[in-house]
Design a protein around this ligand. Structure first.
Ligand code: GLY
Length: 350
């Protein structure tokens, strides 16, 4: 078992615990007088394994979709907690992907003005990104994650074993966030190791995968510890995301099925091209990443022209007036932020 601490203001605010087997969760739950478990129906088997090893005060399955990631579902969760007798000492344990951890984490943050919560992320995307750092919330009036808070979970329990039933497309979606993390911080040549693992389809080697997940968690924990409220360095985690959110917006309008990770993969390539066009990165970086994406099975393009992405980018919730903090890539493991308008960014790429 490996433990990474999220240290905020000199104190341990959260822990990311990596273990080979789900059984290692039971001793962690013993610390709480009552544990309530909410889980994504798709991973009922993980919830059942947890229930077999630990006494639970209540269990609830939820359906997870962007549509159901709303206040009505949070209200349902709070009603269930109240009826089932959850008090200020209870723990709400969420088992599922980012939608589950966002919904349950947000419910835990507002129920009785906040009870403790912890996550068992069951998607690669949630293990390397969504379930670490304390961002939780729901969609509101067609805006993604418009209502939410930043409050740290007691712990995030990471186990590659629970990924065994994850559909390949969802795995690849998480792989894009894994690669993104190592483009921000390439300690130990983790980026190259991840590309090798993904391109050689070595994902059946759970050891390698578990180590890379822990490495990505460590990068994210460090960033969150230094900038929990996203005033500076935490913005680095948005590498590729300004373009990705615009791609996802256009895909929704066009009725196309593009996952968040697929949009992020293409968004990172656009960010790399922009970095080259602005003279921040050496020529060839974008081509190198494109070759890596192809080897890993990630997409390298989307059916939208750059002009159409500009309007969508200005609607990004992180836009400040006309300008956006674009995360640019100077080299593998090195990012920089430039405040420019969406129109300027796309003009550089046309
Ligand atoms: N998903 C980006 C962050 O947690 O800041």
């Amino acid at each position: 078992m490996e433990e990474i601490q999220v240290i905020i203001g000199g104190k341990t605010a959260s822990r990311v615990i990596s273990a080979e087997s789900i059984e290692a969760l039971a001793p962690l739950l013993e610390a709480y007088p009552k544990v309530f478990l909410v889980y994504d129906r798709n991973v009922a088997w993980v919830a059942k394994e947890i229930a077999a090893g630990s006494p639970l005060a209540g269990m609830k399955a939820i359906d997870t979709s962007e549509k159901a990631k709303d206040l009505a579902t949070v209200q349902d969760l709070c009603s269930w907690l109240l009826e089932a007798g959850a008090d200020r000492k209870s723990l709400l344990l969420a088992v599922g992907g980012g939608i589950t951890t966002d919904l349950a984490g947000f419910a835990a943050c507002i129920y009785r003005r906040g009870i403790r919560f912890a996550f068992v992320p069951t998607t690669l995307l949630a293990q390397v990104d969504a379930a670490i750092g304390g961002k939780t919330g729901v969609n509101f009036l067609d805006f993604k994650n418009m209502l939410g808070v930043i409050r740290q979970p007691d712990f995030t329990f990471e186990c590659a074993q629970v990924l065994q039933t994850l559909p390949h497309r969802d795995f690849l979606s998480g792989a894009a966030e894994l690669l993104k993390t190592f483009l921000i911080d390439n300690t130990g040549n983790a980026y190259e190791k991840a590309v090798t693992m993904l391109s050689e389809a070595e994902v059946s080697a759970p050891d390698t995968l578990q180590k890379l997940i822990a490495a990505a968690a460590s990068v994210k924990a460090g960033i969150v510890g230094r900038d929990e409220q996203e005033n500076g360095e935490r913005r680095h985690l948005n590498l590729g995301h300004t373009f990705a959110h615009a791609i996802e917006h256009e895909a929704r309008q066009a009725g196309l099925d593009i996952t968040h990770g697929e949009a992020v993969a293409v968004g990172i390539l656009l960010a790399a091209r922009l970095s080259e066009a602005m003279g921040l990165a050496s020529k060839g970086l974008a081509a190198r990443l494109e070759a890596d994406w192809t080897a890993c099975g990630l997409p390298t393009s989307v059916p939208f022209d750059l002009g159409t992405l500009t309007a969508a980018m200005t609607k990004d919730k992180k836009a400040e007036g006309d300008t956006i903090h674009f995360v640019l890539l100077s080299s593998i493991g090195q990012v920089e932020i430039r405040k420019i308008s969406a129109a300027e960014a796309t003009a550089q790429l046309l």
